[in-house]
Ligand binder design. Structure first.
Ligand code: ZN
Ligand code: ZN
Length: 83
């Protein structure tokens, strides 16, 4: 029997594209809100390493991993960065 098998169900879709009725595979996940975001909507930000004020020493990465955020969160973190 014919069973239509949909591949791509596991695929994480870009949330912002989904809002526009588009289906785009997410390549990153917003570190702030956890949305899937595609290449187009992912904004790479270089956050300063968390420092200052915390009593517990936070492990600091040498170069910092690329961090991706969605447009909304990007604008919150770095105002004007993601127009
Ligand atoms: Zn997208
Ligand atoms: Zn976000």
């Amino acid at each position: 029997m014919k069973h239509s098998r949909r591949t791509g169900d596991i695929m994480l879709r870009c949330y912002e594209c989904a809002l526009k009725d588009e289906t785009e595979e997410a390549v990153a996940i917003c570190i702030m809100c956890g949305k899937g975001i595609c290449m187009e909507h992912a904004h790479r930000i270089d956050l300063p390493i968390w420092e200052g004020g915390y009593p517990t020493p936070v492990k600091v990465m040498k170069k910092g991993l690329p961090r991706f955020v969605c447009s909304d969160c990007g604008n919150i973190l770095v105002p004007g960065a993601c127009e």
